[in-house]
Design a protein around this ligand. Sequence first.
Ligand code: ADP
Length: 640
Amino acid sequence: MAEQLTFKTESKRLLHLMINSIYTNKEIFLRELISNASDAIDKYHLLSLTDDKLEKTNDYEIRLEVNKKKRTLTISDNGIGMTHDDLVNNLGTIAKSGTLEFLKNLKKEDAKNIDLIGQFGVGFYSAFMVSSKVEVRTKSPYSETGYLWTSEGEESFTIEEIAKPDRGTVVTLFLRKNEEEDTYDEFLEDYKISSLVKKYSDYVRYPIKMDQETEKPKFDKDGKEIEGKFETVVETKILNKMTPIWSKSKAEVKPEELNEFYKNTYYDYTDPLLTVWTDVEGALTYKAIVFIPAKAPYNLYSEKYEKGLQLYAKGVFVMDKCKELIPDYLRFAKGLVVSPDLSLNISREILQHNRQLIKIAANLEKKILSELEKMLKNDREKYETFWKQFGVDLKYGVYDNYGEKKESLQDLLLFATVNGDKPMTLKEYVEKMPADQKEIYYGSASSKDQIVVSPQMDLLKSKGYDVLVLTDDVDEFMIRILHEYDKHEFKSINQGDLNLVDETEKETVKNLESTNKTLLEALQAVLASEVKEVKLSTRLTDSPVCLVSGEGLSFEMEKVINQMPGEKNLKADKILEINPKHDLFRAITSVHAQEPALLEDYAWVLYNQALLIEGLPISDPVGFANKMVKLLIKAAPSQQ
Ligand code: ADP
């Protein structure tokens, strides 16, 4: 008895969207199904290495078959197959979360250029673009019996038990009838199938076999060729080259070929930004091809993203995502490592301690970084594209493991700065420093504009010092780890003392502070719950007040840390600085002398104003507004 099940709602909608509107390049269904077949064989192979119950074999193959009369195309594999639950879970839900949302928002024109199907793993369903019905016969080595899954793609599917002695999966497509411009007949033609395999699946590492008709010369009874006479015979052909791309030498492989390989193997729709091919022979022999994508994978920052390179030992596929081969900060890199020196049966635990593997990983890391350095030097525009996509990862790399990698990464960092439009390296910043500038200044905020207009910039602007703009969460943490560059320490414009004025000016401000001691103490007393100190500023020229933090935690770090789960309520020390040269300072002095009752309102207004400029929330907006209103009324010319 067949059991009837319905697709999950999201799947239904996606299926509909996909079949009827979005995807135009329907021929890719074959690539998707072949790639599923190849994945299924990989899975079987990997399991057979560790599970003694599974037969060890090398008879892996993918078979294609057409039946013109029935209008069917069949793709079979002898891979892992599916159990009943696998069928329900894998073929009953199409979309991985977020896919539908993405598809809905996508414009039709864009859709043509994007290989959505591969990218989002809705691969199997592409079968419905060309089929009115799909049957899947499958048997897993882990279930007693085989199953037949059938669907016409609309609402539901059925599953029933069938007898299927051999493991693996047979997918039968019942091709759609031709409709005006949409024709499907070509998918029944040998030449078409051969050319699709060549185009999309040439590097699949298992033979893709198909019985095809060929014309052969006829022979007579004595075995002599009869001139001009041919007969049609059916021969099993292997349609794909299979020779892995790395079996050739680097010089033999054209860049376009490498790009195609990348796109097909790692499901990207754009050429890679950088390809690093290394061939090492010696005590440790290996070949590695590493690609840096032109765009960050859509799920790079999701928890599900798995970094790693494919690993082949002695030409045999061992692992899909070997994470030991690539450091976290290069997690976006894709590619493979082939080494005859590694043993086949390496398990996860052994891998972590495998000396050869650690060595390969270290060499690769060095090589990738040196290629990036080259790019930075020779093709700045390209490097900036790279930086936009993956700069944040490199910054985490500096920060990780207490700055273990800072030496090798610091010259790859780019920073926006207050004075320039183009991002610059630390080296460039230092080269441009005026002779009297000792430290590297940085400002931290949510946008560059906020830093440009901040009161703390007053003095730096007047001195012509440039300031690094830090807007990423990780930035300040990274700067703390770097600590200095080329013997110049990093100095926040929003923190501590800037040390920028000469001794006489310092002396003047000091004297002013002692003459205004009671005023400063009175302000401090009002704001005691909020600020650690109220002092006169040496950093301000045009602005009346500003808020700076103490030498420890900065305001931006406070924000970042408090957003993280767990640790909460860490506070940066706040220091309110008042500009003694500003008219406002004289105004407060006279308020303090003549109308001290008003000083409290002044203190709160000043403080809240400083918070606003800093982009920090004010805790009592209504109280602030009321005080402003009170002062505004007071300041107005006297009314009748
Ligand atoms: P993806 O391959 O990206 O995961 P698909 O929609 O192509 O997405 O396939 C969904 C799932 O169905 C696969 O992940 C796999 O578990 C299973 N599957 C598809 N084809 C086969 C097959 N030929 N053999 C075994 N399992 C398969």
